[in-house]
Design a protein around this ligand. Structure first.
Ligand code: TZP
Ligand code: MG
Length: 210
């Protein structure tokens, strides 16, 4: 059964996870209320991703929180991850679905209306929309879309969506009011002195809305 909750989506980035290891950060965030975790390491290579990904899968087993691998389908398969997240320049989602089968989660990044209209809801399980704000975490990112842009892209299809880009606790209400199902964060959790407390802070703001 493929089930996932996008409300507080941690994206693990080793360049920012400096105060704690990736595994420590993931477990602290899960204790604080993260609902889904993505491994995003642009420099590890497939072997490196597999090593850290397997460690994450072992450690996260029993938490009920899915692990998604960014971009690298070979690593995602070797790890036995719950899903794959692809961008517009990565493997096309149809090809990813063919290799992964129906039971794995596939997420797709969308940045504008043209790409949003091309998403096939029979293939993709959720969309990541952004960047909402400019962010140093992703150099060379597409133009920031703000909450109005987010609200516009959210309603183009019926897929669950998660907003990303410069998001922090104070953005929880506008993200959900724009119609998104959650927020994805890197720097608001990775590299924080206390990742569990940082996550709980955001999770509490989400609970307060429900
Ligand atoms: N895609 C769009 S913005 C972004 C990604 C991976 C980085 C978000 O990082 P942060 O630190 O939460 O702004
Ligand atoms: Mg990518």
């Amino acid at each position: 059964m493929k089930s996932f909750d996008l409300s507080l989506y941690l994206v693990l980035d080793p360049d920012l996870c400096r105060t704690h290891s990736m595994v420590e950060t993931a477990m602290a965030a899960i204790a604080g209320g993260a609902t889904i975790v993505q491994l995003r390491d642009k420099r590890a290579g497939t072997e490196g991703l597999i090593r850290i990904g397997r460690e994450l899968m072992d450690t996260m087993a029993g938490t009920g929180v899915p692990l998604i691998v960014n971009d690298d389908i070979d690593a995602a398969i070797a790890i036995g991850a719950h899903g794959l997240h692809v961008g517009q320049d990565d493997l096309p989602s149809a090809a990813a679905r063919e290799r992964l089968g129906r039971d794995k989660i596939i997420g797709l990044s969308i940045e504008d209306e043209t790409v949003a209209r091309k998403v096939d809801p029979a293939i993709v399980d959720y969309v990541g929309i952004g960047p909402v704000f400019a962010t140093e975490t992703k150099p060379g990112h597409k133009p920031a879309i703000g909450f109005d842009g987010l609200a516009h892209l959210v309603q183009i299809n019926d897929l669950p969506s998660v907003a990303i880009g410069g998001l922090k606790k104070e953005h929880v209400a506008p993200v959900f009011h724009a119609g998104s199902n959650g927020l994805a964060v890197v720097s608001a959790i990775c590299g924080q002195p206390d990742p569990e407390a940082a996550t709980r802070n955001i999770a509490d703001a989400i609970s307060a809305l429900k």
